[in-house]
Design a protein around this ligand. Structure first.
Ligand code: FRU
Length: 467
């Protein structure tokens, strides 16, 4: 494939993790180890349309400036020849233990759902996050319990007391989703302990990329249900990411949900969220993309030799029965060119510097309506309790998403060259969308019935990450 000319690609991101070339999907194996943040991701280096995935690798000291590292895991062994699929990392003593799904498609005329596919759980031990000391299968496909299709994948491992637990996402024979639970004393021998949780026919046919986070005696289960039924303004994308708040019952090894599955993000491009704990907080990345969106909406960068990026890393907090997602404070360090406008109802700002910026709006009084026009043809509109994100042609098929709110007090908007993340009311909700504007117009027009205080900064990294 011809080398893409990066200098003229206005869609390459400034502060979001993306592949220089090729395809990226889920974040994997995130871990903070010996003073360095590591994040790995599903990666196909030489094909922007996807293929057998590797684990790409990026490191950082501050979660803002990242360095591209050599590919960490490549497919090709008999247990992962068709993809080093998603998985997680766990720090233990002086080592990092990674677990991933080795995807194998057998030769022949198979449907690869009920027949012809193996998904093996592979354990990788590393003493530095860069090199591999051991790599071996710990749960071969044939050891999975009956009642499931061939789709069981995406191990996430954690410690509780003296034992280790692994959760895996699965698709049952009746096309409902479930999260399987395995237990181990030594990280190599795993016993199936039943299902942490099972879904019903409205909750999708397959649950991918499960993750569990405990907040005191409460717990949050995150997962990506493929095909979950749309509900009012929620779950409108081809596949969605959701979460349940509840608690872990460690005696019965069940997750006890307290309410319904909630959508994690209201935008068009958000999937397979993945968390880690850096010692004092829970941080989440997600794939800012989704599969099966075409023909409804597309990612035009594929013609420029690359496709997809990750979301910003986000801080997770639990408040009542709601998971809050907030931008990391570290991103304040790359703010430049500050602009502040106090107490204003109208602004037309037609000449925004650069295409990567942050824009905060603090409402002095509750508005009954406002519009905010951004980029080329993107409009955020609020009217009588409903916040609507509308994209024009630069959304490449993305049109409209809505969210009902009790009130609106604050918006924090992160624009990068081809993405938008809108944090509502200090993390109560987020809209994440890819958007692909042309090179010229970059406006901001605000028109509200009540006044707001507005802050704007260019976000700039000394080195352009995507080059
Ligand atoms: C989610 C997913 C995972 C799988 C990976 C393959 O996007 O389908 O279930 O491990 O992507 O790239």
């Amino acid at each position: 494939m011809a080398e893409a000319n990066h200098d003229f690609d206005q869609w390459r991101q400034a502060y979001h993790l993306m592949p220089k070339r090729g395809w990226l999907n889920d974040p994997n194996g995130a871990v903070y180890f010996k003073g360095t943040y590591h994040v790995y991701h599903q990666y196909v280096p030489d094909n922007p349309k996807g293929g057998a995935t590797h684990w790409g690798h990026k490191t950082s000291k501050d979660l803002v400036h990242f360095k591209e590292e050599p590919v960490f895991l490549s497919p090709g062994k008999c247990f992962d020849k068709d993809g080093v699929y998603s998985g997680g990392a766990m720090k233990l003593g002086d080592q990092i233990h990674f677990f991933y799904t080795g995807n194998v498609k057998k030769e022949g005329d198979y449907d690869y759902l009920y027949n012809g596919r193996d998904q093996n759980v592979v354990h990788v031990v590393s003493s530095d996050g860069y090199s591999i000391d051991q790599r071996h299968v710990v749960i071969p496909h044939e050891d999975f319990p009956p009642g499931f299709t061939n789709h069981i994948r995406d191990p996430k491992v954690f410690q509780h007391g003296n034992l280790f637990y692994m959760i895996l996402g699965g698709r049952k024979l009746d096309n409902t989703g479930a999260i399987l639970l395995f237990e181990s004393e030594d990280l190599d021998h795993w016993d199936y302990k039943g299902n942490l949780l099972e879904g019903n026919e409205d909750q999708g046919y397959m649950w991918e990329a499960p993750d569990l986070v405990e907040f005191g005696d409460q717990a949050v289960l995150l997962f990506s249900p493929q095909g979950i039924r749309a509900n009012h303004n929620s779950f409108l994308n081809p596949h969605s990411a959701g979460y349940l708040v509840g608690r872990m019952d460690w005696d019965s090894l069940q997750f006890i949900p307290k309410g319904p599955i909630k959508e994690l993000d209201q935008g068009f491009d958000f999937y397979a969220p993945h968390t880690f704990d850096d010692g004092h907080r829970t941080i989440m990345w997600a794939w800012m993309g989704v599969s099966d969106s075409s023909p409804e909406y597309i990612y035009p960068t594929v013609n420029r030799g690359w496709q997809h990026c990750l979301t910003m890393p986000r801080l997770l907090e639990l408040k009542g029965d709601r998971l809050l997602q907030k931008p990391l404070q570290e991103y304040e360090n790359i703010r430049t060119n500050r602009l502040e406008i106090q107490n204003t109802k109208k602004i037309a700002y037609g000449d925004i510097v650069g295409h990567s910026y942050e824009f905060d709006l603090d409402f002095v009084d509750q508005p009954s309506h406002f519009t905010l026009d951004l980029l080329e043809d993107t409009r955020l509109a609020y009217k009588e309790g409903t916040l609507t994100l509308n994209h024009g042609p630069s959304g490449y098929g993305r049109r409209s998403r809505q969210l009902d709110l009790d009130s609106i007090s604050h918006l924090q908007i992160f624009v990068d060259h081809s993405s938008l993340e809108i944090f509502v009311n200090h993390g109560e909700a987020v809209f994440s969308s890819r958007v692909f504007p042309g090179t010229k117009e970059n406006k901001m027009v605000f028109d509200s019935d009540t006044a707001a205080n507005l802050l704007y900064w260019v976000l700039e990294l000394s080195e352009w990450w995507g080059k």
